[in-house]
Design a protein around this ligand. Structure first.
Ligand code: PLP
Length: 403
């Protein structure tokens, strides 16, 4: 018996109300099962290890540390990295000023800081019915009223429903949107809906938190994010995690200038500085001008893996299943025949076929299960060979649970 489990309840510190019910989420349970040795995993949304620019980052780290040991000191956000981010944003079709850029420890922290800035306990927010679980975790301490709208498989978020909500008098603290490379649905917001969503944000004065974690990884026809349409009402969240390496823990926000000071005070209370050594290493790497070629490589390689997965699905999955063809991001969203029990499929896939995925319902907000049984498959992390091996196995598990 562990020390903590042998303690009586009155001998333990009392946790905050929202934290008392915290337990390992169904998603975490699944990820533990998915990480067992021998499993081909389509579960997590990890970048490919073999595509990290490790040698170039090692050289950048060496340059940083050999030139100036104060790189290891507490330090304010690196101005030259903000200049690089400004150039990077231009590649996304966004013009912004360095004074609007706020460096963070990844997109996750960016969303967390913005939520702390905007949301009162019990306040309301608008998002989609199926959404990135990390964002749901960000919201949890506020116990907010989460108002959800559905998502069209072709055109993304139901913007009519957002309008109904706002015109009906609801004033959420913000709208959360993943415009490109939606996680988990892999859809992108249609251009006409982008313009309407921003118009609604401006008309009703409700900010949009735009999570663009995958926006640089579009395989076809990249579109500018919402931030290109509104400087005032779109708070943009960016990250180096998917285009360089998540272990560096560096991302950024692009927000109206007057938010930078309150954000910096909130951030200081959390972790003082935004990973100063990582900032310097990324800055030195960006100075070499290699990032555009790295992004091109990632687009090509992930695009190939996506195609391998789509081909394997077409060859092995039953006609009654359907799936998205992602233009952007890391996932394929698969809808299964209505009789399939996704939890049973998960068990069979892991136990009998040694292959893992995430059931679609793990992403549902307010515990509302999707009407259609669905699963999310990641194609960025497994190699093409593993995808070709894993999809037929998953198809076998599916056929067995379909009887
Ligand atoms: C949609 C989305 N937003 C944000 C993140 C977190 O990114 P970061 O590593 O920059 O914190 C992820 C990570 O998978 C994600 O899928």
């Amino acid at each position: 018996m562990t020390v903590s489990s042998s303690l009586h309840a009155q001998e333990r510190a009392e946790l905050a109300g929202w934290a008392q019910g915290l337990e390992r989420s169904a998603l975490q349970e699944m990820l533990v099962a998915a990480s067992r040795p021998g499993i081909i995993s389509f579960a997590l949304g990890l970048p490919a290890v073999e595509l990290f620019p490790a040698a170039a980052l090692a050289e950048a780290a060496e340059r940083v540390l050999s030139v100036d040991t104060s790189a290891l000191q507490y330090s304010p956000p690196l101005q030259s990295l903000k200049q690089h981010v400004r150039e990077l944003m231009k590649r996304r079709g966004v013009n912004c000023r360095e004074e609007q850029i706020f460096l963070t420890a990844g997109a996750q922290q960016g969303m967390s800081l913005l939520s702390r800035l905007l949301l009162e306990p019990g306040g309301s927010v608008v998002t989609e019915e199926l959404i990135y679980t990390g964002f749901q975790q960000v919201l949890a301490p506020f116990r907010p009223q989460v108002l959800t709208v559905s998502t069209d498989a072709e055109t993304g978020m139901d913007v009519d429903a957002v309008e109904q909500c706002l015109s009906g008098g609801v004033r959420p603290k913000f709208i959360y949107a993943i415009t490109d490379g939606h996680n988990p649905l892999s859809v992108r917001l249609h251009p006409s809906k982008r313009a309407r969503l921003v118009e609604l944000a401006e008309r009703y004065r409700v900010p949009i938190i735009e999570d663009d974690a995958y926006g640089f990884l579009c395989y076809e026809n990249p579109l500018p994010p919402l931030r290109a349409l509104s400087e005032r009402w779109v708070f943009y969240v960016g990250s180096f995690s998917k285009i360089l390496a998540p272990a560096l823990r560096v991302g950024w926000l692009v927000v109206p200038e007057e938010l930078i000071l309150p954000l910096s005070v909130i951030k200081e209370s959390t972790d003082i500085d935004a990973a100063p050594l990582s900032q310097r290493i990324i800055n030195a790497y960006l100075d070499t001008g290699q990032l555009p070629a790295q992004i091109d490589t990632l687009r090509t390689q992930y695009g190939l893996r996506r195609d391998v997965m789509l081909r394997a699905l077409a060859e092995n999955f039953p006609d009654a299943a359907g799936w998205t063809k992602p233009d952007c991001g890391f996932f394929v969203w698969v809808e299964l025949p209505p009789t399939v029990d996704v939890d049973e499929l998960f068990r069979s896939a892991i136990e009998d076929e040694h292959v893992a995925f995430i059931p679609g319902h793990a992403f549902s907000v307010n515990n509302k299960r999707p009407d259609t049984p669905s699963i999310r498959l990641n194609f960025s992390h497994p190699t093409a060979a593993r995808i070709e091996e894993g999809i037929p196995r998953l198809a076998r598990a599916l056929k067995s649970v379909m009887g």
